[in-house]
Design a protein around this ligand. Structure first.
Ligand code: NOJ
Length: 765
């Protein structure tokens, strides 16, 4: 009997402990393999592992990198996506180099690879982390199919300035939503086992503070006080680390005068010591050499010294650039001089080798070229891209329930605007290797939806262009030549007369894909070119008018917000964007997306975000309703805002324990009901406000959300937990993380202005 119990116990231990033991056994064996390899490496080979080069198939010849791969002088290549060439280079590394260490191939898989999903800002608008995880699972599968092992995503920079072009690449302004999204992206890319043949290593970027650049100008200095850094800018990075992200990228700009790429506070104190990050750190492109440009390092060798000792393990470089390859050219000398130690170099190489082992590259270095097409053309990928685009769309206005349109009536639809039939722009930035021809524009989506009985005609109306061309034009190819003055007049007139002769007008306005993203900051957030003029003119015709926005940032749509009946924010919705928009326009899908950013009335209000402090007079007094005398200080649309084709109500807000001690948790619940006649999805959002403490706290902070699907008349209870992690903040007064006894206001509702409220009291332990 006793023996039986003992056997049972052992079995239980074995069973329950298996995953942990297996994992730790795996990591022990990786550690052993890393050490064994490291002990055989020459100094030169070690320096090779911390050297990464861009490889552009369009401009470079294999012979440029092959001798260095053979000599073990390159550890990683990026931007190469041709599986044949990837296998060719990998073969040299694993069969012809002395130690046969595989190359790590990296690429910016930001929102899809072959199948393009909505841009990250759009995916954040879904408020649906599970969807984001699924999308990035597919992106990982498609990328790994060609031999990409590592993506430079997710970008988890908080962005509170829509002039900054890279706002499109992140999850918006909020640390809580941003953290949930960050973790979802990481899970999607990496899964639980990055060595599986359909996963890639993720890279959180840009560490840290890049979104806070002065004036929204790309690459500009950021000054962020410690409290703001810990409470706002760092949480999404921490969430990515907690989700197991394998690598991090140091940012370009300087943070409080210290360039992020030479910033030991960020890279050592926060990342390694405070968070225990075990992965490796890569510099952003040329960020090491640019430490000289910053006025921080004396010369290239000093730049290598500063970045390396601050904690950047791997340097990303453009071949042939004079400021490039600072590590490759200086580390050996720096070690000889004693400025960098051999142990420091070993530490960096260890982390990179460990990633290569974890990815299974020593066992499976090659990719099966014959499987690529089948993986890429899986119809399930397109289906999910369409769902993702539907769920990312935000309905901003729907006066008189103009939407959804009926399929057979109106009989004629004018589809107007420079974005209405642009395959390039429906996809968004960082779409480099997808099949652009298979992308579906809004015009195509509407045509496919309504069939031949409805006349659907198109006129671009205006042309738009950047004043200063995008540096990415070299990869993306040129755009068509700007119209002449005569053409401009004729096209404008053509669009107006098309609208005049149609029953309903769908205007598709916004931005080209290269008007947001990297090196795409904008001084104003107005609709580029003569789009507003066209909108006003066509609106003046009095036809039913729907405005669809294709863009990467909130734009100044103040005029439209009070003059155009229906406004749909589609962002850059990806390959299936046109179909998804048509689904929504015609009611085959119901919009349920919510803004992940506060939407300003104009650039003059920037920065504007909902989680600000109250500080002195609130704008709610009879004789003081705005902090400007010329415009309201409230935004055009609040954070979390978005309409549906149905209506919802929130009721019965309750807290399981209205008084808790510091460190304890309570449950907040609320009933959400679909009070309309269509099925729809609502995002229940929980906001808190700490009434007093050692430091002032924001008027509201998001601390929970859930997207719920409800049939007409259906009611569901949504539950949130409020505990230590939600009620703790970094106090600028105490200079530490604190949870304080205080009274908290709670609100639950459909956006950051939710009015259903109750309180929670937290008392001393
Ligand atoms: C520069 C960008 O800042 C970064 O986000 C990107 O991953 C690298 N280039 C590589 O393309």
């Amino acid at each position: 009997m006793r023996a039986k119990v003992a056997v049972g116990l052992v079995m239980m231990l074995v069973l329950f402990d298996l995953p942990v033991t297996a994992r730790s056994r795996q990591s022990q064996s990786i550690d052993r393999r890393v050490e064994a390899l490291l002990s055989q490496m020459t100094l030169e080979e070690k320096v090779g592992q911390v050297h990464q080069l861009f490889y552009f198939t369009q401009f470079m010849k294999p012979e440029v990198v092959e001798p260095d791969i053979r000599a073990g002088k390159i550890g990683s290549l990026l931007f190469l996506t041709d599986p044949v060439l990837i296998n060719r280079f990998q073969k040299i590394a694993v069969e012809n180099s002395r130690l046969k260490i595989p190359l790590l191939f990296g690429f910016d898989v930001i929102h899809g690879f072959h199948t393009i999903f909505p841009v990250p800002l759009a995916m954040a608008s879904s408020w649906d982390p599970a969807l984001v995880e699924q999308a990035q699972t597919i992106a990982a599968r498609e990328a790994r199919a060609v031999g990409i092992h590592w993506t430079f995503a997710p970008m988890v920079d908080i962005a509170r300035d829509p002039r900054w072009g890279r706002i499109v690449e992140g999850a918006g302004e909020d640390p809580f939503l941003g953290s949930r999204m960050a973790a979802a992206h990481v899970r999607g890319f990496q899964g639980t086992d990055p060595s599986s043949p359909d996963r890639v290593l993720a890279c959180m970027k840009h560490f840290a503070g890049y979104g806070a650049g002065n004036g929204g100008r790309d690459y500009d200095s950021a000054y962020i006080a410690d409290a703001e850094l810990y409470n706002v800018y760092l949480p999404p990075f921490k969430a990515a680390v907690d989700a197991g992200v394998g690598s991090a990228m140091s940012a370009y700009m300087d943070l409080n005068d210290v360039p992020a790429t030479g910033n030991a506070f960020l890279l050592r104190d926060v990342l390694r010591k405070q968070w225990g990050f075990k992965g490796f750190v890569v510099s952003d492109a040329e960020a090491v050499g640019n430490l000289v440009t910053h006025g921080f390092a004396e010369d290239k060798s000093d730049a290598a010294y500063r970045a390396f000792t601050a904690g950047v393990d791997l340097e990303m470089s453009f071949p042939g650039n004079p400021i490039a390859s600072a590590y490759a050219s200086s580390l050996t000398k720096l070690i000889a001089e004693g400025r960098v130690t051999k142990a420091q170099l070993d530490e960096a190489v260890r982390r990179i080798l460990a990633a290569k082992f974890k990815l299974g590259l020593f066992e499976n270095p090659y990719v099966d070229e014959s499987r690529v097409a089948a993986i890429h053309n899986n119809p399930e990928h397109r289906r999910l891209a369409r769902v993702a685009a539907q769920r990312s769309t935000v309905l901003l206005r729907n006066d008189g329930n103009l939407l959804p349109l009926a399929k057979g009536d109106p009989k004629s639809v004018a589809v107007i605007g420079p974005l209405a039939d642009s395959k390039r722009d429906i996809r968004g930035s960082w779409s480099f290797v997808d099949d652009i021809n298979s992308a579906v524009t809004v015009l195509e989506g509407i045509r496919a939806k309504v069939g031949s009985s409805v006349k659907v005609e198109f006129a671009p109306g205006v042309d738009i262009a950047r004043v200063y061309p995008s540096p990415f034009g070299i990869i993306q190819g040129p755009r068509s030549a700007p119209w002449t003055e005569t053409q401009k007049r004729a096209e404008f007139e053509k669009a107006v007369s098309l609208a005049r002769s149609s029953d309903v007008v769908v205007m598709v306005l916004g931005e080209h894909e290269d008007m947001s993203g990297e090196a795409a900051s904008q001084s104003s957030i107005e609709l580029p070119g003569r789009q507003l003029e066209l909108l006003k003119t066509i609106s003046g015709l009095g036809k039913p008018l729907v405005l669809v926005l294709i863009n990467g940032r909130p734009l100044d749509i103040s005029w439209a917000a009070s003059n155009v009946s229906a406004i749909l924010e589609a962002w850059h919705p990806g390959t299936e964007g046109g179909n998804a928009i048509a689904d929504i326009l015609y009611g085959d899908a119901t919009p349920g997306g919510k803004l992940p950013v506060t939407w300003p009335r104009s650039a003059a209000q920037i920065p504007i975000y909902y989680a600000h402090n109250i500080t002195q007079e609130p704008e709610t007094k009879k004789n003081f309703t705005s902090r400007y005398w010329d415009i309201p200080s409230s935004p055009l649309y609040p954070f979390g805002y978005g309409l549906s084709y149905t209506t919802f109500s929130f009721s019965n807000l309750r807290v399981s324990k209205p008084e808790i001690k510091v460190g304890e948790s309570t449950e907040v619940s609320v009933d959400v009901e679909n009070t309309g006649r269509r099925a729809g999805e609502e995002v229940a959002q929980l906001y808190i406000h700490q009434r007093y403490g050692s430091a002032s706290r924001p008027v509201r902070e998001l601390k929970g959300f859930e997207r719920v699907a409800l049939a007409p008349g259906q009611k569901k209870t949504v539950r949130f937990t409020l505990g230590k992690s939600e009620l703790t903040y970094w106090s600028g007064a105490v200079r530490e993380w604190v949870q304080e006894p205080a009274v908290f206001d709670l609100w639950v509702g459909s956006d950051a202005t939710a009015s259903l409220t109750t309180t929670l009291r937290v008392v001393k332990r």
